[in-house]
Design a protein around this ligand. Structure first.
Ligand code: PMP
Length: 300
């Protein structure tokens, strides 16, 4: 991800990773009380480096901090400028950008009085790869929304994601799907879920999931491309009976599923609405025109 000469942004300064220091007596390290974002920069077809939906990511960053009572003394336009500067100083064009808000030393369980900020970036290929995924239903649920501010991208919440993806890997799958506390389909450890049924795209509503920015983009694309879309709670049986399914997230982008719990989906990914949306998404982040018309495969 980095070497000692990689430049990062820490509390207003641009420093080499080797020079950057933090305190080991902080609530963030000890209690997971920190907030992060995951953002991508792309080189557009015009050759410009553009951070995709930077404003939306930093709006969520702010909201995430507020939800867990971390002060937010930052100006988002300045933080976005700092992201571009980090890219420039590292001579990066297409990169993954990671802002992290964390707390100065404090061992209590009281809300933070001050917040520090780190922005770093690294080259990251599509997080879940390019090959369709063999997904398993996790034995872990997503955290209880009544026990946690689950719409906050809080670091400590990601232990749930680590447990679920580790379980999936140990069982020989590529990725996990987690259900919410009521047993409805929720999301992946680091991505939202969509599926296709009879020409319609379905995704869980917000409430028990992270409101993904890629999810919002996919919904926008469905509206623009006249693809019927429904946000609704679904059971795992409904998902198993889907024609096709995919995960989406900033790091993963759009990635199709091959199977769920060992049962393959009936529609080949290449013919699915998900594949069509994947192409539209790629065009969107590259600021390219997307003129392709969806042609369903002929039913034989
Ligand atoms: N759900 C979870 C749990 C995530 O960690 C992520 C990645 N941030 C997503 C969904 C997708 O969000 P986004 O599209 O904003 O990256």
């Amino acid at each position: 991800y980095y070497d000692q000469n990689t430049v990062l942004y820490l509390n207003g300064e641009y420093l080499k990773a080797a020079e950057a220091k933090t305190d080991l007596y902080g609530q963030s390290l000890h209690y997971g009380y920190a907030v992060f974002e995951g953002i991508r920069a792309y080189k557009t077809i015009k050759g410009e480096v553009k951070i995709f939906k930077a404003q939306e990511h930093f709006d969520r960053f702010k909201r995430s901090c507020e939800l867990i009572h971390m002060p937010y003394p930052f100006n988002n336009d300045e933080l976005i400028a700092a992201c571009y500067k980090v890219l420039e100083l590292n001579k990066m064009e297409e990169a993954y950008i990671r802002p992290l808000a964390f707390c100065p030393p404090n061992m209590t369980l009281k809300a933070a009085l001050e917040t520090e900020i780190l922005i770093c970036a690294w080259d990251w290929a599509a997080y879940l790869g390019e090959k369709q995924l063999r997904v398993m239903t996790s034995s872990y649920q997503r955290p209880n929304p009544k026990a946690f501010a689950i719409e906050s991208k809080t670091s400590g919440l990601y232990v749930n994601s680590i447990l679920a993806s580790q379980e999936a890997k140990e069982k020989g799958y590529d990725e996990a799907l987690l259900l919410d506390i009521n047993g409805y389909v929720a999301e992946g450890p680091g991505a939202n879920v969509f599926f296709e049924k009879d020409g319609k795209i379905i995704t869980p509503p917000t409430g028990n999931i992270l409101p993904g920015i890629t999810r919002a983009t996919v919904i926008e694309l469905c509206h623009e491309l006249n693809i019927p879309l429904e946000e609704k709670l679904s059971t795992i049986e409904e998902l198993r009976a889907a024609d096709s399914a995919f995960f989406c997230g900033t790091a993963a982008e759009l990635i199709g599923w091959e199977s769920l719990d060992g049962q393959p989906f009936t529609k080949p990914w290449a013919d699915s609405l998900g594949k069509y949306l994947q192409k539209a998404y790629k065009a969107r982040v590259l600021e390219a025109e997307f003129k392709e018309v969806y042609k369903p495969a002929e039913v034989v």
